[in-house]
Design a protein around this ligand. Sequence first.
Ligand code: GDP
Length: 195
Amino acid sequence: LFAGPVDFVKGVVAMEGLPPPDRAEVCFAGRSNVGKSSLINALTGRKNIARASNTPGRTQEINYFTLGDDHYLVDLPGYGFAEAPVAVVAKWQRLLKAYLAGRQTLRRAFVLIDTRHGIKAVDEEILTLLDRSAVTFQVVMTKADKVKAADREKVLAQVRAALQKHPAAYPEIVLTSSEKGDGIETLRAIVAGIG
Ligand code: GDP
């Protein structure tokens, strides 16, 4: 599906470090522990490719991967961790805002939401930032295997309702389980179709 290599490219800590904007890119965001690394591994078919971005020191970087020759996959640091020093958080937020507002080749953000939890206040912050940056975002529900079908519907209803107030939200929600493989092919096709 992705013609060409899937590889880790680099971790970026400042706008000057971004790779040349020579292809479409999509970014992945989500609170820590939402299942982002697992999803990126499943999506790329590379077992530990996203581990780099979870190692200490890498956590405040924008991590670039190639998805074949035509796309970059951008892994944004997990949010919602209160432990980071204020100055570190402030520096990261400046970079994130600059990236979202200024990256011409960024086509869509995928925001990961745990199917057990739905959209929380910390998620709302990033959704609002995406609205303000005019970056279209699509919600990807993770760990769907952990929730019974009836409860999934309740969470999906909550998410749909929450998305009503976000102009940048893409209406289709993707339900995934990296563990079972559900929704992975769908998500792969969505990303591959983004030009
Ligand atoms: P990250 O911090 O967002 O990168 O989250 P990880 O990918 O490291 O996942 C956090 C935890 O959730 C790990 O223990 C994973 O094994 C687990 N996990 C991730 N995805 C799934 C899933 O689809 N189903 C289940 N049951 N567990 C998952």
